[in-house]
Design a protein around this ligand. Structure first.
Ligand code: PCA
Length: 222
């Protein structure tokens, strides 16, 4: 197929939006951006992946995410971040309505005990099929686990903002979304995971989220 034609075909495919963050806290790189960047433009089960970078900044990160959602109308959104101390891909189950930063963000902001959405729900469940994704990753021998906290820094902030925005979407079916934390890279300390393994895991996670019907999502008790 000529290159132009392939481009055209892939641009008409429904979109999966993957976001990663820029480096923060004095680090030189952020594994989340290095990993999602490698998946940009790839096709997975009839969908095209768009990867984009979010700033590790309270509020601004949510604005960039909202712009991306408007521009790409994704059917699936997975925000990805990095968390030191994790040894596995962490499929986040819950976003909570609080900012409580133990270090400044990349704009020097350090909110303490402020709501993300004043009077918003205390928490949102991920609408990703996290159990099916976990099984798919473990079957492929990628280290993975469920996590019940995405922390209270910018990752949780973006995750909560995403779930709040998705809860208000009128599109049918409603786009699915959630959050995955990655470990450190080998040159950032232990525990860690090679970049290739993270990329393989994220691709499998996307595939599993796209092929698991909504009804099989049992992570959010109704
Ligand atoms: N990790 C931070 C913010 C950006 C990132 O990659 C967090 O866990 O909140």
């Amino acid at each position: 197929m000529p290159r132009g034609q392939r481009m055209h075909t892939s641009l008409t495919l429904p979109c999966v939006l993957l976001t990663g963050f820029d480096a923060f806290g004095g680090a030189l790189v952020n594994a989340s951006w290095l990993a999602v960047e490698q998946l940009d433009g790839q096709c997975v089960t009839g969908h095209r992946i768009v990867a984009a970078q979010l700033p590790t900044v309270f509020n601004e990160s949510q604005k960039v995410m909202a712009d991306l959602m408007r521009r790409h109308l994704p059917t699936l959104v997975i925000a990805v971040g990095q968390a030191a101390g994790r040894h596995a891909l962490s499929l986040e189950r819950l976003a909570i309505n609080i900012n409580d930063a133990s270090l400044p963000d990349n704009a020097g902001q350090q909110p303490v005990d402020t709501p993300i959405v004043p009077n918003g729900p205390a928490a949102y469940f991920s609408s990703l099929p996290v159990k099916a994704m976990l099984q798919a990753l473990q079957r492929a021998s990628v280290a993975a686990k469920l996590s019940d906290t995405a922390g209270t820094f910018v990752c949780n902030h973006v995750f909560y903002g995403l779930m709040h925005a998705l809860a208000k979407q009128r599109r049918v079916p409603r786009p699915r979304g959630g959050f995955i934390h990655l470990p450190c890279l080998p040159d950032q300390g232990a525990p860690c995971m090679p970049l290739d393994e993270m990329v393989r895991g994220l691709r499998l996670a996307v595939e599993s989220a796209l092929t698991t019907p909504y009804a099989e999502t049992a992570n959010s008790p109704q």
